[in-house]
Design a protein around this ligand. Structure first.
Ligand code: HEC
Ligand code: HEC
Length: 304
């Protein structure tokens, strides 16, 4: 904030307080006024209940003075007057960071204990899964869903199919450094609309969604030329590139003709943001193991 506003706020606050003090002191000096009927203010209730123009009782006035002194004392101790930090050095963000540090100090040894476990034991450990589930609920549900079953464009983490791989190292990498999948726009290479339609049919035939007609069948060499570098000659994908298996029933962007066409015509660019810095190594490993456990047979116990 520019200095002007600090001064403006501080001066405005102090002037208002001084004015209130003066007003109360002034009205306290006005003495009793109920000398005659002139001091009736003219309000009458229930026929005979009239209002006098009397000053406030002393104890009531003192309460006003006490609040003023309390307020001034508060403004000396805590930040409130523009840029002045207060004598106690308190700040709301300072309090927040203190709490975060305290929580980290309390939980870090617990995270450390779990993260030190062997991968397979960690994946199977019920307590670690519970911890992982609560971390998952805090950091991952917005994109992957509270049941980890994802949504269009956000992979299902509980289905046993892994775009980027299911080993400790692969899952940890997915979470730690994030992933950036690039499916290029391929319309020009396919020679326009007809080529796209035939390729869509060919791709959908790989997983048995449609029976490939002759024109679609004829796209096979084209698939090898254009697509196999990433999806493999047989269409089963490549985890190093995050290129999906196109022969199974699991689709990140949908399996309808419309969806597959859109993928090929517009390309796709799935981004899993890096979480390594936010989570630190221990929590990343616990989360990775939790996510891995979701697609194991007895995974129900660890669901969030
Ligand atoms: C440069 C590598 C590359 C090439 C070449 C490539 N793809 Fe892809 N493709 C990807 C990647 C990476 C993804 C995942 C995109 C994402 O997750 O956002 C993908 C996704 C897809 C999907 C969506 C799968 C789903 O589960 O929804 C389809 C369909 C697809 N590609 C078809 C093709 C076809 C057909 C070709 C050839 C004409 C092709 N791709 C060529 C890398 C490639
Ligand atoms: C902003 C959205 C977003 C958030 C938040 C997010 N993810 Fe992801 N995640 C994605 C997307 C999108 C992909 C798929 C990228 C691609 O197209 O291949 C992904 C992919 C993954 C993968 C790879 C899946 C596979 O099949 O290989 C894992 C594992 C994963 N996320 C775990 C997590 C965990 C754990 C968290 C919480 C710490 C998390 N994600 C938070 C969007 C998100």
């Amino acid at each position: 904030m520019p200095t002007f506003w600090h001064i403006y706020i501080a001066a405005g606050t102090l002037i208002t307080i001084v004015f209130c003090g003066w007003l109360i002191a002034w009205s306290a000096k006005q003495g009793p006024q109920n000398k005659g009927d002139d001091d009736l203010v003219g309000h009458v209730w229930d026929g005979d209940l009239e209002e006098w123009n009397n000053p406030l009782p002393k104890w009531w006035l003192y309460l006003f003075f006490i609040t003023i002194f309390w307020g001034l004392g508060y403004l000396v101790a805590y930040p409130g007057l523009g840029g002045y930090q207060g004598m106690l050095g308190w700040s709301s963000s300072g309090q927040y960071y203190d709490e975060v540090d305290a929580a980290a100090a309390r939980y870090e040894p617990i995270y450390e204990r779990f993260a030190a476990m062997e991968w397979d034991d960690l994946v199977a450990d019920a307590e670690a899964r519970q911890l992982g589930a609560s971390l998952y609920a805090s950091y991952c549900t917005t994109c992957h869903g509270s049941d980890a079953r994802g949504a269009k464009g956000f992979p299902n983490l509980a289905d046993g199919e892994w775009i980027w791989g299911d080993s400790e190292q692969q899952i940890v990498t997915s979470i730690k450094t994030g992933r950036n999948a690039v499916m290029p726009v391929l319309t020009p290479a396919l020679g326009g609309d007809e080529g796209v339609t035939n390729m869509v049919n060919y791709v959908r035939s790989l997983s048995g969604l449609v029976e490939a007609d002759a024109a679609a069948e004829a796209m096979q060499p084209m698939f090898v030329t254009l697509c196999s570098a990433c999806h493999g000659a047989d269409g089963t994908g490549n985890q190093l590139l995050g290129a999906q298996d196109l022969t199974d029933e699991i689709w990140l962007y949908g399996s309808s003709e419309e969806d597959v066409r859109s993928t090929i015509v517009n390309g796709r660019n799935g981004i899993m943001p890096a979480h390594g810095e936010l989570l630190g190594a221990n929590r990343t490993k616990i989360l990775a193991a939790y996510v891995r456990s979701l697609s194991l047979d007895d995974s129900a116990a660890g669901m969030p």
